[in-house]
Design a protein around this ligand. Structure first.
Ligand SMILES: Nc1nc2c(c(=O)[nH]1)N=C([C@H](O)[C@H](O)COP(=O)(O)OP(=O)(O)OP(=O)(O)O)CN2
Ligand SMILES: [Zn+2]
Length: 117
């Protein structure tokens, strides 16, 4: 069984590795959506794979670091592409969410990157 919980945050960033003519080389912002996807057996007693409240608790410290910040200033996110944000989130929440299956980061409603370890 798979379950998913979504989170949103607002952040600024710029992409240092693209050519200076690329518009994403300039500082700009996005309304990011993050989908945290878990996979596992449904517990017979609770009916949960994992309690959504536990996912929220695991993600809360990251949300605090990401929301309304400049992503380039966060350690490990110096090149904050959607791909790198997805793997950064994975690295930080996997220790507290063993059944983590994937992290999907939407930079816009039409573009996402997914990391599954
Ligand atoms: N593979 C990736 N490609 C690009 C990434 C990325 O993270 N991974 N990121 C960017 C820029 O961050 C860029 O800002 C993307 O957003 P934006 O240009 O605003 O998106 P749209 O083109 O859909 O926006 P419109 O202004 O509505 O056209 C670029 N590439
Ligand atoms: Zn961008």
């Amino acid at each position: 069984m798979k379950i998913m919980q979504a989170f949103r945050f607002e952040a600024a960033h710029w992409l240092p590795k693209v050519p200076v003519e690329h518009r994403c080389h300039r500082m700009h912002g996005h309304s990011y959506r993050v989908e945290v996807i878990l996979e596992g057996q449904v517990d017979e007693t609770t009916g949960f794979v994992v309690d959504f409240f536990d996912i929220e608790a695991a993600f809360a410290p990251l949300l605090k670091r990401l929301d309304h910040h400049c992503l380039n200033e966060i350690e490990g996110l110096e090149n904050p592409t959607a791909e790198n944000i997805a793997s950064w989130i994975w690295r930080h929440i996997k220790p507290s969410l063993a059944s983590l299956s994937a992290v999907r980061v939407f930079e816009t409603p039409d573009c996402w990157a997914e990391y599954d370890g």
